[in-house]
Design a protein around this ligand. Structure first.
Ligand code: ADE
Length: 227
């Protein structure tokens, strides 16, 4: 899959795509990530990309010209499956959404800055709007990187063990169970005996109970959601 990220701050996230699991996915060509600086398409002599909102109000808006030109140039004549704008008022990012997007061949991500972007960009170019949570970041660049990370780990071959996905938090609407490694006792704290029992059915049952307990305590809303 190919992802093009349009942002005013490509350097903010460039390192992320060459490190760890994401870096290996890029190396193995399971995902290709291109970062583009929207300012490169500004026709202003000072490379400005923002302007004051009509009707007044605080802050500056990203103007249509650089964004339209950037998206059209990056898209070229190819078909693009989605052009996604990262913003706090978009649809919430979930593993389900990331899984759906991981099946696409080509997506373009637009990261906003200032108080937002001219509505005409949203009305005509953008096919989908995504929020990474109910809080506001200084700009959408980190949000785009979060979305790419979340999508990439759903692509077959990106995670070492395919199983890692099934023991994830949110799989089957449950949070993850507690995990332990050696030593069996650390600073007086023992590992739950069931995990050392070798009884796979009992371990499975215990893990499921732990998932239910944690989900009930922390995210009871998940238990009433459709799977
Ligand atoms: N830009 C600023 N805040 C954001 C959020 N929560 N999600 C996506 N993009 C954003």
């Amino acid at each position: 899959m190919q992802v093009d990220i349009l942002t005013l701050f490509p350097k903010m996230v460039s390192g992320i795509f060459s490190e760890s699991i994401l870096g290996r996915a890029v190396e193995k060509s399971l995902i290709r990530v291109n970062l583009h600086d929207i300012r490169d398409w500004s026709t202003d002599k000072h490379r400005r990309v923002d302007d004051r909102p009509f009707g007044g109000g605080a802050g500056m808006l990203m103007a249509p010209q650089p964004v339209f030109d950037a998206i059209e140039a990056v898209r070229g004549d190819d078909t693009v499956d989605e052009i996604i704008y990262l913003c706090p008022d978009g649809e919430p990012l979930t593993n389900t959404l990331a899984r759906e997007l991981s099946q696409k061949k080509r997506i373009i991500l637009l990261s906003g800055h200032y108080e937002g972007i001219d509505q005409r960009i949203r009305d005509t170019l953008i096919t989908r709007e995504v929020s990474i949570g109910d809080y506001v970041l200084t700009n959408g660049t980190i949000a785009a990187a979060v979305l790419v990370d979340c999508i990439a780990r759903q692509i077959p071959g990106v995670l070492g063990e395919e199983n890692s996905l099934t023991s994830d938090s949110f799989n089957a609407n449950l949070l993850s169970f507690p995990q332990y490694t050696r030593p069996e006792v650390f600073r007086g704290m023992p590992v739950p005996p069931v995990l050392l029992s070798g009884n796979h059915a009992a371990i499975k049952r215990w893990r499921h109970e732990q998932q239910l307990k944690k989900t009930q305590e922390r995210r009871p809303d998940l238990l009433s959601k459709d799977i």
